[in-house]
Design a protein around this ligand. Sequence first.
Ligand code: E4P
Length: 217
Amino acid sequence: MKFFIDTANLEDIKKAHDLGILDGVTTNPSLVAKEGIDFKERLKEITSLVSGSVSAEVIALEADAMIEEGKELAAVAPNVTVKVPMTVEGLKAVKVFKELGIETNVTLIFSSVQALLAARAGATYVSPFLGRVDDIGGNGLDLVEEIADIFATHDIDTQIIAASVRHPVHVTESAKRGADIATIPYKVIEQLAAHPLTDQGIEKFLADWEKVTNQKG
Ligand code: E4P
């Protein structure tokens, strides 16, 4: 499973990039709004730093307008993936983007049949929102597994991005249940790297080292 970062914050993207684990970036209108920046400028900055897929979401709701907006976003850099909401209009737009050779990420997926429709329309990626499914009493990880099973059964090569990831267990379980990618906030990436036994181990190694060094000195 690959790692994307889910943010429009350049500092967080740089920090994840420096770890050598970053395969791509996803943004959404809320994440962009939080930064209070010009989105196209930020998209240029992100795509010049990260060579993998960078998802940029359309705001339009009608297919024709989505297509125009998506073409403009895709023109920013060759690694821009146009993010399209999972609606009937969105599916129409995905079909056209596929014909134009523009990658798409169909977002706001909450059922496996939505994922199947998006894949059949030609989506490069589908993004089931785990955390938001959990928020309403569902099981986001079961959704990922169901999509992965259906895609495997029908030999579908659309990639599954586990999105709306809130904690490390979402990441481990997404990997086990067949997600191709998890898109993760930087805070959770840091949590993934941490383990109390690692910290204790380092402390003990240093304490033992110091004992010997002090004896010699
Ligand atoms: C994915 O592409 C979305 O940007 C994101 O994961 C949404 O997560 P949230 O439910 O934490 O807003």
